[in-house]
Ligand binder design. Sequence first.
Ligand SMILES: [Zn+2]
Length: 214
Amino acid sequence: MNEDRAHLYACFPNRISRILLLASADVLGANGHSAVLTTARLPHLIGNYPPPDFEKGLTFAEVGRLSQAIEDIYGVSGGQRLLRQAGRESFKYWMEGFGGAISVADVALRLLPPVLRVRIGIEVLAEIFNRYSGQQVTLGEGRDSFFFTLEACGFCSERHSDEPSCSFPVGILEESLFWVSRGRHFVVEETTCIACGDPVCTLCIDRIPLDHAS
Ligand SMILES: [Zn+2]
């Protein structure tokens, strides 16, 4: 993607912007959410979320300001914990907003063994990120892990941090894999982050669920 295009697409469509706002409001409560939107210099969004269409919505820089504001108000680790929780809460809104793609996957998924269900769950999420936002996800696999690598990340844009700071997509993956595996808990951890100066954001997913009976 050249510079011009990258600039053009460095945003989420309204439908995803709305999901980010609904999920963060669920976790922060109305007052907390208003404080965060004010601190992030997005006060026009208080009680006024974008419609679920595909027009241009929040820019990556604005989403970066949202997570910075959550850290400013709740502290770095408290803020990241809330972002992760918001990511998990957002799963139900992704199902509403992108249910078509996911329900097709669901029918196919029923027939497959768990390890393949998990891989397909990760692929569906990568496909949604790549198709509907300017994020660029590539997938990889190691012996013990799957790697969900964001070469362009909409969650930490223009941020500088000592700690990995993309807990929102970590939460999305955790909840998606919980659903796709019918109730297993997979450890998801961000191991590199553009906000820390790394070239990409890497979300590392354990292949074996925590509650695996060996
Ligand atoms: Zn990131």
